[in-house]
Design a protein around this ligand. Structure first.
Ligand code: ACO
Length: 321
Protein backbone atom coordinates (compact mmCIF):
# COMPACT_ATOMS: atom_id res chain seq x y z
CA UNK A 1 0.00 0.00 0.00
CA UNK A 2 1.00 3.64 -0.50
CA UNK A 3 1.52 5.55 2.74
CA UNK A 4 2.86 9.00 3.59
CA UNK A 5 6.02 8.32 5.55
CA UNK A 6 7.69 10.84 7.89
CA UNK A 7 11.32 10.79 6.71
CA UNK A 8 12.69 13.89 8.46
CA UNK A 9 11.87 16.41 11.19
CA UNK A 10 13.19 19.87 12.02
CA UNK A 11 12.41 22.84 14.22
CA UNK A 12 13.40 26.43 14.88
CA UNK A 13 13.07 28.80 17.82
CA UNK A 14 13.68 32.55 18.05
CA UNK A 15 17.02 33.44 19.65
CA UNK A 16 15.47 35.13 22.67
CA UNK A 17 14.10 32.98 25.53
CA UNK A 18 12.01 34.80 28.14
CA UNK A 19 11.62 33.22 31.58
CA UNK A 20 8.53 33.60 33.77
CA UNK A 21 10.57 35.79 36.14
CA UNK A 22 11.51 38.12 33.27
CA UNK A 23 7.86 38.28 32.19
CA UNK A 24 6.82 39.10 35.75
CA UNK A 25 8.89 42.31 35.49
CA UNK A 26 6.46 43.67 32.86
CA UNK A 27 3.18 41.85 33.65
CA UNK A 28 1.37 41.42 37.00
CA UNK A 29 2.14 37.71 37.43
CA UNK A 30 4.54 35.34 39.18
CA UNK A 31 6.67 32.35 38.20
CA UNK A 32 4.77 30.26 40.79
CA UNK A 33 1.32 31.07 39.31
CA UNK A 34 2.41 30.28 35.75
CA UNK A 35 4.20 27.02 36.64
CA UNK A 36 1.38 25.78 38.88
CA UNK A 37 -1.45 26.55 36.41
CA UNK A 38 0.31 25.71 33.14
CA UNK A 39 3.70 24.00 33.60
CA UNK A 40 5.31 26.77 31.49
CA UNK A 41 8.75 28.00 32.63
CA UNK A 42 9.88 29.96 29.59
CA UNK A 43 8.94 30.79 26.00
CA UNK A 44 10.86 32.07 22.96
CA UNK A 45 9.86 35.45 21.57
CA UNK A 46 10.64 36.50 17.99
CA UNK A 47 12.91 39.52 17.63
CA UNK A 48 13.52 41.90 14.77
CA UNK A 49 13.92 40.02 11.48
CA UNK A 50 12.42 36.81 12.89
CA UNK A 51 9.04 36.07 11.31
CA UNK A 52 6.74 33.12 10.73
CA UNK A 53 8.36 32.51 7.33
CA UNK A 54 11.98 32.76 8.54
CA UNK A 55 11.31 30.33 11.40
CA UNK A 56 9.40 28.00 9.04
CA UNK A 57 12.24 28.09 6.51
CA UNK A 58 14.85 27.18 9.15
CA UNK A 59 12.71 24.31 10.50
CA UNK A 60 12.02 23.04 6.96
CA UNK A 61 15.69 23.16 6.00
CA UNK A 62 16.58 21.00 9.02
CA UNK A 63 13.78 18.54 8.14
CA UNK A 64 15.10 18.30 4.55
CA UNK A 65 18.63 17.63 5.88
CA UNK A 66 17.30 14.95 8.23
CA UNK A 67 15.42 13.31 5.34
CA UNK A 68 18.50 13.58 3.13
CA UNK A 69 16.59 15.13 0.23
CA UNK A 70 17.12 18.30 -1.81
CA UNK A 71 14.68 21.23 -1.69
CA UNK A 72 13.85 20.88 -5.40
CA UNK A 73 12.43 17.38 -4.79
CA UNK A 74 9.55 18.91 -2.76
CA UNK A 75 6.32 19.12 -4.78
CA UNK A 76 3.99 20.24 -1.99
CA UNK A 77 4.24 22.58 1.01
CA UNK A 78 1.36 22.84 3.47
CA UNK A 79 2.03 25.42 6.15
CA UNK A 80 -0.20 25.81 9.18
CA UNK A 81 -0.27 29.23 10.80
CA UNK A 82 -2.58 31.79 12.38
CA UNK A 83 0.15 34.43 12.27
CA UNK A 84 1.18 34.69 8.59
CA UNK A 85 3.84 37.19 7.50
CA UNK A 86 1.15 38.92 5.38
CA UNK A 87 -2.60 38.59 4.84
CA UNK A 88 -1.49 37.31 1.44
CA UNK A 89 0.47 35.75 -0.22
CA UNK A 90 0.44 32.51 1.73
CA UNK A 91 3.51 32.17 3.94
CA UNK A 92 4.08 28.73 2.34
CA UNK A 93 4.96 30.43 -0.95
CA UNK A 94 7.64 32.53 0.77
CA UNK A 95 9.11 29.41 2.36
CA UNK A 96 9.01 27.62 -1.00
CA UNK A 97 10.96 30.49 -2.57
CA UNK A 98 13.47 30.80 0.29
CA UNK A 99 14.23 27.06 0.16
CA UNK A 100 14.43 26.91 -3.65
CA UNK A 101 11.71 24.28 -3.95
CA UNK A 102 10.72 25.12 -7.53
CA UNK A 103 7.09 25.65 -8.53
CA UNK A 104 5.09 22.86 -6.90
CA UNK A 105 2.00 23.37 -4.75
CA UNK A 106 2.30 25.67 -1.70
CA UNK A 107 -0.48 26.99 0.52
CA UNK A 108 -1.37 27.83 4.14
CA UNK A 109 -4.04 26.29 6.33
CA UNK A 110 -5.72 28.19 9.16
CA UNK A 111 -6.89 25.97 11.99
CA UNK A 112 -4.95 27.71 14.79
CA UNK A 113 -3.55 25.31 17.41
CA UNK A 114 -4.73 22.21 15.50
CA UNK A 115 -3.35 23.61 12.24
CA UNK A 116 -0.55 21.06 12.05
CA UNK A 117 -3.06 18.19 12.26
CA UNK A 118 -5.13 19.79 9.48
CA UNK A 119 -1.97 20.32 7.39
CA UNK A 120 -0.80 16.75 8.00
CA UNK A 121 -4.15 15.21 7.03
CA UNK A 122 -4.37 17.42 3.92
CA UNK A 123 -0.82 16.62 2.76
CA UNK A 124 -1.40 12.92 3.46
CA UNK A 125 -4.54 12.87 1.25
CA UNK A 126 -2.74 14.77 -1.52
CA UNK A 127 0.18 12.31 -1.46
CA UNK A 128 -2.28 9.38 -1.45
CA UNK A 129 -3.98 10.72 -4.58
CA UNK A 130 -0.65 11.30 -6.35
CA UNK A 131 -0.75 15.12 -6.47
CA UNK A 132 2.86 15.12 -5.21
CA UNK A 133 5.45 12.58 -4.11
CA UNK A 134 7.34 14.53 -1.44
CA UNK A 135 5.91 17.19 0.86
CA UNK A 136 6.90 19.56 3.61
CA UNK A 137 4.31 19.95 6.37
CA UNK A 138 5.09 22.92 8.58
CA UNK A 139 3.61 24.59 11.63
CA UNK A 140 5.01 28.05 12.29
CA UNK A 141 3.84 30.90 14.50
CA UNK A 142 4.76 34.27 15.94
CA UNK A 143 1.92 34.49 18.46
CA UNK A 144 3.84 37.10 20.46
CA UNK A 145 2.70 39.57 17.79
CA UNK A 146 -1.03 39.00 18.39
CA UNK A 147 -0.88 38.92 22.18
CA UNK A 148 -2.27 41.68 24.36
CA UNK A 149 0.75 42.21 26.61
CA UNK A 150 -1.53 44.00 29.13
CA UNK A 151 -3.68 40.88 29.56
CA UNK A 152 -1.96 38.59 32.06
CA UNK A 153 -4.57 35.85 31.56
CA UNK A 154 -3.33 35.19 27.99
CA UNK A 155 0.12 36.71 27.38
CA UNK A 156 1.92 34.34 29.75
CA UNK A 157 0.67 31.25 27.88
CA UNK A 158 2.12 31.55 24.37
CA UNK A 159 5.46 31.49 22.56
CA UNK A 160 6.93 31.57 19.04
CA UNK A 161 8.55 28.81 17.00
CA UNK A 162 8.29 26.42 14.07
CA UNK A 163 8.37 22.71 13.39
CA UNK A 164 8.45 20.81 10.09
CA UNK A 165 8.35 17.28 8.73
CA UNK A 166 9.12 15.77 5.34
CA UNK A 167 6.40 13.38 4.17
CA UNK A 168 7.16 10.99 1.31
CA UNK A 169 4.71 8.73 -0.53
CA UNK A 170 6.14 5.21 -0.30
CA UNK A 171 5.01 1.68 -1.07
CA UNK A 172 5.01 -0.07 2.34
CA UNK A 173 3.71 -3.24 4.06
CA UNK A 174 0.58 -2.97 6.23
CA UNK A 175 2.71 -2.96 9.38
CA UNK A 176 5.26 -0.59 7.77
CA UNK A 177 5.86 3.10 8.43
CA UNK A 178 3.59 6.03 7.56
CA UNK A 179 0.41 7.87 8.51
CA UNK A 180 -2.13 5.21 9.51
CA UNK A 181 -5.19 7.29 10.43
CA UNK A 182 -6.22 10.93 10.75
CA UNK A 183 -9.39 12.51 12.13
CA UNK A 184 -10.38 16.19 12.07
CA UNK A 185 -13.27 18.13 13.59
CA UNK A 186 -14.52 21.71 13.77
CA UNK A 187 -17.35 23.44 15.60
CA UNK A 188 -17.88 27.16 15.04
CA UNK A 189 -20.32 27.52 17.92
CA UNK A 190 -17.65 28.44 20.44
CA UNK A 191 -15.83 31.18 18.54
CA UNK A 192 -16.17 33.65 21.42
CA UNK A 193 -14.15 31.44 23.77
CA UNK A 194 -10.93 31.80 21.76
CA UNK A 195 -10.47 34.26 18.91
CA UNK A 196 -8.57 37.30 17.63
CA UNK A 197 -10.58 40.53 17.81
CA UNK A 198 -9.53 41.82 14.40
CA UNK A 199 -9.00 40.88 10.78
CA UNK A 200 -8.78 42.33 7.26
CA UNK A 201 -12.51 42.08 6.58
CA UNK A 202 -13.82 43.27 9.96
CA UNK A 203 -11.68 45.85 11.71
CA UNK A 204 -8.94 46.18 9.12
CA UNK A 205 -6.44 45.63 11.95
CA UNK A 206 -4.58 42.50 12.93
CA UNK A 207 -6.24 42.34 16.37
CA UNK A 208 -5.30 40.63 19.62
CA UNK A 209 -5.94 37.16 21.02
CA UNK A 210 -8.88 36.85 23.43
CA UNK A 211 -9.62 33.72 25.43
CA UNK A 212 -11.87 32.41 28.18
CA UNK A 213 -9.26 29.98 29.47
CA UNK A 214 -11.36 28.01 31.90
CA UNK A 215 -14.06 27.13 29.32
CA UNK A 216 -11.45 26.33 26.65
CA UNK A 217 -9.81 23.96 29.12
CA UNK A 218 -13.10 22.10 29.71
CA UNK A 219 -13.80 21.65 25.98
CA UNK A 220 -10.18 20.67 25.25
CA UNK A 221 -10.10 17.71 27.63
CA UNK A 222 -13.41 16.27 26.35
CA UNK A 223 -12.75 16.85 22.62
CA UNK A 224 -9.18 15.56 22.71
CA UNK A 225 -10.05 12.36 24.55
CA UNK A 226 -12.94 11.73 22.09
CA UNK A 227 -10.86 12.27 18.94
CA UNK A 228 -8.02 10.12 20.27
CA UNK A 229 -10.49 7.30 20.86
CA UNK A 230 -11.83 7.76 17.30
CA UNK A 231 -8.37 7.47 15.73
CA UNK A 232 -7.42 4.49 17.88
CA UNK A 233 -10.71 2.85 16.82
CA UNK A 234 -10.23 3.65 13.10
CA UNK A 235 -6.68 2.27 13.18
CA UNK A 236 -7.74 -0.84 15.11
CA UNK A 237 -4.97 -0.51 17.70
CA UNK A 238 -5.09 -0.80 21.47
CA UNK A 239 -4.04 2.11 23.70
CA UNK A 240 -1.26 -0.11 25.09
CA UNK A 241 0.32 -0.42 21.62
CA UNK A 242 0.98 3.33 21.38
CA UNK A 243 4.65 4.09 22.07
CA UNK A 244 4.43 7.90 22.23
CA UNK A 245 1.86 10.66 22.30
CA UNK A 246 3.00 14.02 20.90
CA UNK A 247 0.23 16.40 21.99
CA UNK A 248 -0.36 20.05 21.31
CA UNK A 249 1.54 21.80 24.10
CA UNK A 250 -1.13 24.13 25.51
CA UNK A 251 -0.95 23.42 29.18
CA UNK A 252 0.62 20.63 31.26
CA UNK A 253 -2.68 20.13 33.08
CA UNK A 254 -4.55 19.51 29.77
CA UNK A 255 -1.85 16.98 28.80
CA UNK A 256 -2.16 15.18 32.16
CA UNK A 257 -5.96 15.19 32.16
CA UNK A 258 -6.19 13.86 28.57
CA UNK A 259 -3.62 11.10 29.20
CA UNK A 260 -5.42 10.07 32.40
CA UNK A 261 -8.80 9.92 30.63
CA UNK A 262 -7.36 7.52 28.06
CA UNK A 263 -5.33 5.45 30.51
CA UNK A 264 -2.03 6.48 28.90
CA UNK A 265 1.00 6.51 31.21
CA UNK A 266 2.57 9.97 31.64
CA UNK A 267 6.01 8.61 30.57
CA UNK A 268 4.65 8.11 27.04
CA UNK A 269 3.65 11.76 26.64
CA UNK A 270 6.22 14.13 25.09
CA UNK A 271 6.15 17.39 27.05
CA UNK A 272 7.88 20.58 25.87
CA UNK A 273 5.37 23.14 27.15
CA UNK A 274 7.80 23.98 29.99
CA UNK A 275 10.40 25.26 27.47
CA UNK A 276 8.28 26.47 24.51
CA UNK A 277 4.89 27.43 26.06
CA UNK A 278 1.98 27.19 23.60
CA UNK A 279 3.33 27.75 20.08
CA UNK A 280 -0.05 26.99 18.46
CA UNK A 281 0.36 25.20 15.09
CA UNK A 282 4.09 24.80 15.70
CA UNK A 283 3.80 22.93 18.97
CA UNK A 284 3.24 19.36 17.72
CA UNK A 285 6.04 19.28 15.09
CA UNK A 286 8.36 21.15 17.50
CA UNK A 287 7.77 18.56 20.23
CA UNK A 288 8.13 15.73 17.70
CA UNK A 289 11.49 17.07 16.53
CA UNK A 290 12.73 17.38 20.12
CA UNK A 291 11.81 13.76 20.90
CA UNK A 292 13.25 12.44 17.60
CA UNK A 293 16.55 14.29 18.06
CA UNK A 294 17.00 13.28 21.72
CA UNK A 295 16.49 9.65 20.67
CA UNK A 296 13.19 8.95 22.45
CA UNK A 297 11.14 8.48 19.26
CA UNK A 298 12.76 6.08 16.82
CA UNK A 299 12.02 3.97 13.74
CA UNK A 300 9.08 1.61 14.14
CA UNK A 301 7.49 3.54 17.03
CA UNK A 302 3.72 4.05 16.95
CA UNK A 303 3.11 7.75 17.59
CA UNK A 304 -0.13 9.61 18.27
CA UNK A 305 -0.49 13.33 17.53
CA UNK A 306 -3.35 15.46 18.85
CA UNK A 307 -4.35 19.12 19.06
CA UNK A 308 -7.24 21.46 19.69
CA UNK A 309 -7.51 25.16 18.99
CA UNK A 310 -9.66 28.18 18.21
CA UNK A 311 -12.73 27.63 16.07
CA UNK A 312 -12.97 25.21 17.79
CA UNK A 313 -10.96 22.87 15.62
CA UNK A 314 -9.43 19.64 16.82
CA UNK A 315 -7.89 16.49 15.46
CA UNK A 316 -5.58 13.54 15.92
CA UNK A 317 -3.37 11.31 13.80
CA UNK A 318 -1.60 8.00 14.26
CA UNK A 319 1.69 7.27 12.49
CA UNK A 320 4.37 4.62 12.51
CA UNK A 321 7.82 6.17 12.29
N1 ACO B 1 -0.76 35.58 36.90
C1 ACO B 1 -1.35 35.65 38.10
N2 ACO B 1 -2.68 35.51 38.28
C2 ACO B 1 -3.43 35.30 37.19
C3 ACO B 1 -2.87 35.23 35.90
C4 ACO B 1 -1.49 35.39 35.78
N3 ACO B 1 -0.85 35.32 34.60
N4 ACO B 1 -3.87 35.01 35.03
C5 ACO B 1 -5.00 34.95 35.73
N5 ACO B 1 -4.75 35.12 37.04
C6 ACO B 1 -5.70 35.10 38.13
C7 ACO B 1 -7.09 35.48 37.71
O1 ACO B 1 -7.23 36.87 37.68
C8 ACO B 1 -7.93 34.81 38.78
O2 ACO B 1 -7.91 35.63 39.93
P1 ACO B 1 -9.23 35.80 40.83
O3 ACO B 1 -9.53 34.42 41.32
O4 ACO B 1 -8.77 36.76 41.88
O5 ACO B 1 -10.27 36.33 39.91
C9 ACO B 1 -7.16 33.54 39.12
O6 ACO B 1 -5.83 33.77 38.62
C10 ACO B 1 -7.74 32.29 38.46
O7 ACO B 1 -8.01 32.56 37.08
P2 ACO B 1 -8.61 31.45 36.14
O8 ACO B 1 -8.66 31.98 34.75
O9 ACO B 1 -9.85 30.90 36.73
O10 ACO B 1 -7.44 30.36 36.25
P3 ACO B 1 -7.41 28.88 35.74
O11 ACO B 1 -7.08 27.98 36.85
O12 ACO B 1 -8.58 28.54 34.87
O13 ACO B 1 -6.11 28.90 34.79
C11 ACO B 1 -5.52 29.02 32.45
C12 ACO B 1 -6.07 29.77 33.68
C13 ACO B 1 -4.10 28.63 32.75
C14 ACO B 1 -5.60 29.96 31.26
C15 ACO B 1 -6.35 27.75 32.21
O14 ACO B 1 -7.72 28.05 32.22
C16 ACO B 1 -6.01 27.09 30.91
O15 ACO B 1 -4.92 26.60 30.73
N6 ACO B 1 -6.95 27.02 29.95
C17 ACO B 1 -6.69 26.44 28.66
C18 ACO B 1 -6.47 27.52 27.72
C19 ACO B 1 -5.40 27.23 26.71
O16 ACO B 1 -4.40 26.63 26.96
N7 ACO B 1 -5.66 27.71 25.52
C20 ACO B 1 -4.70 27.62 24.47
C21 ACO B 1 -5.34 27.54 23.16
S1 ACO B 1 -6.49 26.28 23.10
C22 ACO B 1 -5.67 24.97 23.29
O17 ACO B 1 -4.55 24.97 22.92
C23 ACO B 1 -6.28 23.82 23.88
Amino acid sequence: MIRSVITGTGSALPAQAVSNAELAERVDTTDEWIVERTGIRQRHIAGEGETTSTLATEAARKALDAAGIAADEIGLIVLATATPDHTFPATATQVQHALGCGTGIAFDVAAVCSGFLYALATADSMLQTGMAKKALVIGSETFSRILDWEDRTTCVLFGDGAGAIVLEAREVETDGPGIIATKLHADGEHKELLYVDGGPSTTGEVGKLRMKGREVFRHAVVNLADVLREVIGDAGVAVEQIDWVVPHQANARILDATARKLGLPAEKVVVTVDRHANTSAASVPLALDVAVRDGRIGKGDLVMFEAMGGGFTWGAALARM
